[in-house]
Design a protein around this ligand. Structure first.
Ligand code: OOG
Ligand code: NI
Length: 318
């Protein structure tokens, strides 16, 4: 029963995009993210300095507007063309969001000695705002931006890799209008397809930090503020998926009316996946990623979304 990897685990679809190109696009998305967000940059540097340079990403996450072809599919096509497989849908009715996650094509492929985007390929989590469920004022703002750039949706991956919005910069009043109704909507209007977070694969770390409780404690001692919504540690009902995240960094953003404000940008997440009950007898040295709890969890995700919310950003540490 130890077998789970190998050919049978590789998803069927074949790649229409060469691996070096694919990884360099991920690398550009990561560069945009690290240049804008000092907290993820410091956390990665710190974890690498304590652990081992070969850190793995569990997943990458993006946000989109579910309207006019700008939703999940606009960005998913790049990952599907590389050979990713669409997996489960997650629904968040109260937040008026839905999400899909995508599994990477080769179970254990990594650039030899590779770390981060050169390591084993991460899962991908893409969500979308259910725009038609928003108020007419909010829909009007979102339409104004997406409709003035109707073909922008075709360049979602390019937009993410460049860190350029596919539409024009909004007015500060439009940002505020959206934020009152959905902080996710305001975030997406100002940040577009920019990487929302990368997630460190905690169980694949080599040091004592490979237990998420230890890692959380270590980061809090170093002064990093973790998202406390529903408790710092988010645990799936089956107990197998444990997640936590920092609070998003604030970025100085110049709106098109000339107003400059600090707005939420990106954060970094941590995920520990426990060995599934049916593989409990597999020797530790034989445990692979496929022996562990896969996928995502609505209850955890619902709270992780709040990492970019004002309530978490303005919270005092401790
Ligand atoms: C995504 C929040 C959910 C997860 O791993 O469940 C999530 C977001 O903030 O856009 O990242
Ligand atoms: Ni995540």
């Amino acid at each position: 029963v130890a077998a789970c990897g190998g050919v049978s685990m590789n998803h069927g679809s074949s790649s229409q995009v060469a691996e070096p190109f694919f990884r360099s696009v991920l690398g550009q998305m990561e560069t945009v993210y690290l240049n804008r967000n000092p907290t993820p940059r410091s956390v990665l540097e710190l974890v690498r300095s304590v652990d081992d340079d070969q850190l793995c990403y569990d997943h990458l996450a993006f946000r989109t507007f579910g309207i006019g072809g700008y939703g999940i599919d606009s960005l998913a096509s790049f990952f599907l063309d590389y050979g990713y497989t669409q997996m489960d849908e997650l629904r968040f009715p109260a937040k008026k969001l839905r999400a899909l996650w995508f599994a990477p094509p080769h179970a254990s492929a990594a650039v030899p000695g590779g770390s981060g985007v050169d390591g084993p390929l991460p899962r991908v989590f893409i969500s979308e705002l259910l725009v038609d469920q928003m108020s007419t004022q909010t829909q009007d703002v979102i339409r104004r931006y997406t409709e003035t750039s109707p073909n922008g949706r075709k360049y979602a991956a390019l937009s993410s890799a460049l860190g350029s919005l596919p539409w024009g910069k909004p007015l500060s009043s439009e940002f505020e209008q959206l934020a009152r109704e959905s902080e996710y909507a305001a975030w997406t209007l100002a940040n577009g397809y920019a990487l929302n977070h990368v997630t460190i694969s905690v169980h694949r770390l080599k040091s004592h930090l490979n237990k998420i409780k230890k890692l959380n404690q270590f980061l809090e001692e170093k002064g990093f503020k973790l998202n406390s919504e529903g408790g710092v540690l988010k645990v799936s009902p089956d107990g197998g998926l444990l997640q936590s995240s920092t609070v998003a960094d604030s970025l100085s953003f110049k709106f098109s009316d000339g107003v400059t404000k600090y707005i939420p940008c990106s954060y970094i997440e941590f995920a520990e996946r426990l060995v599934l009950p049916q593989f409990q007898n597999v020797p530790e040295s034989d445990i692979k990623e496929c022996h562990r709890r896969d996928g995502f969890e609505v209850g955890n995700a619902d709270k992780i979304f709040e990492s970019t919310n004002q309530e978490q950003l303005s919270r005092r540490t401790g």
